[in-house]
Design a protein around this ligand. Structure first.
Ligand code: PDD
Length: 307
């Protein structure tokens, strides 16, 4: 397939390097057709993978979820000819990025605009790197704030779909309210997840999180935090809690690829749990940071809890 754009013979050291339908080129040179179904219909799925010390964190988990999402939208054939387990490390190496992310997107491809699937269209497969620093220890210790919004998203939030308009509006509403993240609240006041993060609350030493059903994205960080809880002997309850119930929480925190474990110190402008990160949250943040460092071959970082 013609990728358009100028294929750079050697984009080595270009921090924003792009893989587009088989070619490697600088991101600024990437071109996608106007009738790409991802652009017009949101007919695609995506992943965001963290790069730490030049390595892709939990790549296998992300690729498994991508394949699952593709299956859910009947696009499982899209990765034929794209060995992403080899492509993505190569892309990161070409980019020279040590800390950052890889954004990966697969759409049903370019075809005359129509709703049902087109015949014999080549999917669009792209990934690009972006340098970004993980949250600094001071930011984690300061904690963050969330703004509750009604969850008006569709009924398949478990699919990592590029249809993100509800999240765009929710996260803008959060920003307008001076908060860092939106908090999606479903019928009955049920707290589901953040605009682009999963949420956990601590009640009497037990860690609660919404079950991985169709109302949330089953985050890769969420899964690893649950594993860490098990290893640390902290009981996890995968059961929903409400916004009202959250007022009685001892601790509340967000988890995601971009945020790692991030304490929440205020909800809707009201301080939560004394307005300070709690010990279970910081112990989990420490455990996650140590686990990530171990996986990418870095020395263990200083403890947030005891530092
Ligand atoms: N978002 N829930 C939602 C709705 C998300 O969009 C995300 C991630 C998560 C956390 O998933 P993970 O731990 O796999 O990053 C939960 C990505 C990072 C984004 O859209 O930028």
């Amino acid at each position: 397939m013609n990728t358009g754009g100028n294929v750079s013979p050697d984009p080595h050291g270009v921090p924003e390097s792009l893989y587009l339908n088989g070619a490697y080129l600088p991101l600024v040179d990437g071109r996608i057709g106007v009738e790409d179904r991802g652009f017009q219909l949101g007919d695609g799925v995506y992943e965001v993978v963290k790069v730490v010390n030049g390595r892709l964190l939990w790549l296998e988990d992300h690729l498994q979820r991508l394949v699952w999402s593709l299956g859910q939208i009947r696009l499982q054939h899209a990765l034929r000819g794209h060995a992403l387990d080899r492509v993505l490390p190569r892309l990161v190496a070409l980019s020279g990025v040590q800390q950052g992310t890889v954004y990966l997107q697969v759409t049903r491809g370019v075809a005359p605009r129509d709703f049902p699937f087109p015949d014999e269209v080549e999917p669009t497969v792209l990934a690009y790197t972006r340098p970004a620093e993980p949250p600094a220890p001071e930011a984690v210790l300061a904690g963050t704030t969330v703004h509750p919004v009604e969850d008006v998203r569709w009924a398949r939030c478990d699919i990592k779909s590029t249809n993100l308009l509800a999240a765009v509006l929710a996260k803008q509403a959060a920003r307008d309210a001076g908060a860092d993240e939106a908090l999606f609240v479903g019928p009955g006041g049920v707290v589901r997840e953040g605009g682009s993060s999963n949420v956990f609350a601590v009640f009497a030493g037990r860690v609660w999180t919404h079950p991985a059903d169709t109302h949330i994205l089953n985050g890769i960080t969420r899964r690893h935090v649950i594993d860490l809880c098990a290893r640390m002997g902290v009981e996890v309850v995968e059961r929903a809690f409400t916004l009202e119930g959250l007022e009685a929480a001892d601790e509340f925190f967000l988890v995601s690829t971009a945020r790692d474990v991030m304490p929440v110190v205020a909800v809707g402008g009201r301080p939560l749990a004394g307005g300070r990160p709690g010990p279970v949250t910081l112990a989990l943040a420490d455990a996650l940071r140590a686990e990530v460092a171990r996986l990418v071959g870095l020395p263990a970082p200083p403890s947030l809890l005891h530092g």
